[in-house]
Write a protein that binds this ligand. Structure first.
Ligand SMILES: Cc1cc2nc3c(=O)[nH]c(=O)nc-3n(C[C@H](O)[C@H](O)[C@H](O)COP(=O)(O)OP(=O)(O)OC[C@H]3O[C@@H](n4cnc5c(N)ncnc54)[C@H](O)[C@@H]3O)c2cc1C
Length: 354
């Protein structure tokens, strides 16, 4: 089939890879060049932490996250197989940690309670560590009394995935640089292709021209800071629980760390504020004073598109399918959501043929 994918963020690229494997003819359309993204996929931290997200995510999202975690290694091998010259995408699954400073102990107690009540069959993945156990795992976290280890959780290098998928898409699919904005744009695409998959993320907020209903989408601004710090070693994402918004520190290859993220009710993309910079960097420094020597590589802002229930939605109108509302979980749930879109497309193709 001849399929157009509008939006080359997390979801659009995952769909492109699967559909390329299935030997469809794919055109990937984005308003930004694929090799120079500034989308949420690029800004994000690439954490794959279903249980750590229990506060923000309904049970269905946690379940999609657990399902997706299992398939990420296969997706990354597939990327490599489609272009053996591709860089290896960093993927680690050594668990994640949650902890708090003494002043925020009540928020930490709440997280522990949530983990106890909402993790169901995965409860065995939740382990409380005392100070010594924590130090054995992460010597750099020597200011904390205890922590929770979420044993199965992981992360990937989002930017490396974007680079590798750009190469694969360039090799096996057509690409188009276009801003799909008007009703006429959608009509023209739907006339030209067997299927049009709308994966615009925050680009769909307040844009009612698409025939599918995404009018309830809203934007949640997230700010992150990327630093380089050879002085501090961490092996897994660390979530510092706080009553307003937890702050995470995610170690990346080459001594880099992503520190994030704020969550502000807005879809404004203006640069990071002083308040957010102070919040993120003072937490980083408080976790380990060795971060004082960190070099700030960049500050970034991304918009998470979300529905009120924080669950992604897939809507179909004739040969157009829109999938959106991945909120703060695009990498976490992307593979499972891509699979839902593909099932819907296959089912409808089958219905049409009979
Ligand atoms: C600060 C921050 C940290 C995050 N950390 C994590 C994390 O650790 N783990 C996790 O799982 N998720 C995380 N997320 C969430 C994740 O980034 C998003 O859920 C995910 O990127 C959404 O994927 P998407 O494909 O729907 O949209 P996007 O990744 O935003 O991609 C949408 C694409 O559509 C294109 N587009 C938009 N409008 C148009 C148009 N009109 N015409 C053509 N193209 C268009 C854009 O250029 C873009 O390339 C984070 C988000 C932020 C902001």
């Amino acid at each position: 089939m001849n399929i157009a994918i509008v939006g080359a963020g997390v979801l659009g690229r995952l769909l492109a890879l699967t559909l390329i494997e299935q030997k469809h003819q794919i055109t990937v359309i984005d308003k930004q060049p694929l090799h120079e993204p500034t989308n949420a996929a690029y800004v994000s931290a690439g954490m794959l932490c279903p249980l750590g997200e229990v506060i923000h995510a309904p049970a269905a999202v946690v379940a999609m996250g657990l399902e997706s975690l299992k398939v990420w290694p296969d997706i990354l091998s597939q990327l490599q197989a489609l272009d053996p010259e591709n860089e290896t995408v960093f993927f680690a699954q050594q668990g994640s940690l949650a902890l708090s400073f003494p002043a925020d102990a009540s928020s930490f107690a709440q997280l522990k309670q949530d983990l106890e009540h909402k993790t169901g069959e995965q409860r065995h993945q939740v382990e409380t560590l005392n100070r010594q156990q924590l130090l054995d795992l992460e010597p750099a976290l020597n200011k904390f009394g205890d922590a929770v280890l979420l044993g199965n959780e992981g992360q990937l290098c989002n930017r490396s995935f974007l680079r590798s998928s750009t190469r694969v898409i360039g090799k096996y699919a057509a690409t188009e640089l276009a801003n799909i904005q008007t009703t006429a744009d959608w009509q023209s695409l739907c006339n030209r292709y067997d299927w049009v998959l709308d994966c615009r993320g925050s680009g769909a907020i307040a844009n009612t021209t698409s025939p599918t209903d995404m009018t309830q989408l809203r934007g949640l601004r997230g700010e992150v800071i990327r630093v380089r710090c050879p002085e501090v070693q961490l092996s897994r994402p660390v979530r510092v629980v706080h009553p307003r918004a937890s702050i995470y520190i995610v170690p990346k290859p080459s001594h880099e760390f992503v520190v994030g993220a704020t969550e502000i009710e807005s879809h404004s993309e203006h640069p990071i504020t002083v308040r957010s910079t102070l919040e993120l960097l003072s937490t980083l420094y408080a976790v380990n004073s060795g971060f004082a020597e960190a070099v700030v590589l960049e500050t970034n802002v991304g918009i998470r598109a979300a529905f009120d229930d924080h669950q992604p939605r897939v809507e179909r109108q004739d040969n157009l399918i829109s999938a959106n509302g991945l909120y703060r979980h695009g990498w976490l749930v992307g593979p499972a959501l891509a699979q839902q879109v593909i099932y819907l497309m296959q089912e409808a193709t089958h219905e049409r043929a009979h």
